[in-house]
Design a protein around this ligand. Structure first.
Ligand SMILES: [Ca+2]
Ligand SMILES: [Ca+2]
Length: 198
């Protein structure tokens, strides 16, 4: 009975997706359109994720409102406008997490350069990807950045990097009710399999 099996499977996937926490870190909601706030911040939190810098106050780690500088029309996070050395931003989640994409651009109409992402896997090891940025904002799709304990976002070359819309997904410890449902689903699925074999 393939259609029953299919619907059972999709029900299972629906239950499984309850244990994931998808979010977009978009830096909205705390800055007026014409403001430049969060100046020289060292930590920022959104959707259960935290962004920290290894560079103390004195550099630019700002959320810029949509009407300032070279934004994408919304609030963005710009950093390291005048760093002499690379600055590392570190993203951590409420648990192991993945990141599917990030928007990169430049604060300045003439800014361009390279940002390197290094994802640290929960079980050890890392994945590294260098991404170019320029005055035109672009979405960078990432592959393999899953099951991470943290993500380093490092400005490596150029000037005035900025980012927005980090599409992240953190695994969450399933609640007992979800676990019970999941177990029930498994039982029904194996029953259906047994029936189908007859
Ligand atoms: Ca958000
Ligand atoms: Ca934004």
């Amino acid at each position: 009975m393939p259609s029953l099996k299919k619907s059972l499977l999709s029900a299972l996937f629906a239950v499984a997706s309850l244990s994931a926490n998808a979010a977009v870190i978009d830096f909205e909601g705390i800055v007026a359109a014409d403001a430049r706030l969060f100046h020289n911040a060292t930590t920022y939190s959104e959707d259960g994720f935290a962004l920290a810098t290894d560079t103390p106050a004195g550099f630019h780690n700002d959320i810029f409102g949509s009407a300032t500088t070279n934004t994408n029309g919304s609030s963005i996070f710009g950093w390291c406008a005048r760093c002499g050395t690379p600055e590392t931003l570190t993203l951590t989640g409420p648990s192991a997490f993945s990141i599917a994409s990030i928007d990169l651009g430049s604060l300045s109409p003439n800014g361009a350069g390279t940002v390197t992402l290094t994802g640290m896997f929960v079980g050890g090891g890392e994945i590294v990807q260098a991404l170019s940025f320029g005055s035109t904002w672009a979405t960078k799709t990432l592959s393999g950045f899953t099951n991470l304990s943290k993500l380093n976002i490092i400005y490596t070359t150029g000037s005035d990097p900025a980012m927005d819309n980090l599409v992240v997904n953190a695994s969450k410890v399933p609640e007992p009710a979800s676990l019970a449902l999941f177990g029930l689903g498994l039982g029904v699925a194996s029953l259906a399999r047994r029936r189908a074999r007859r």
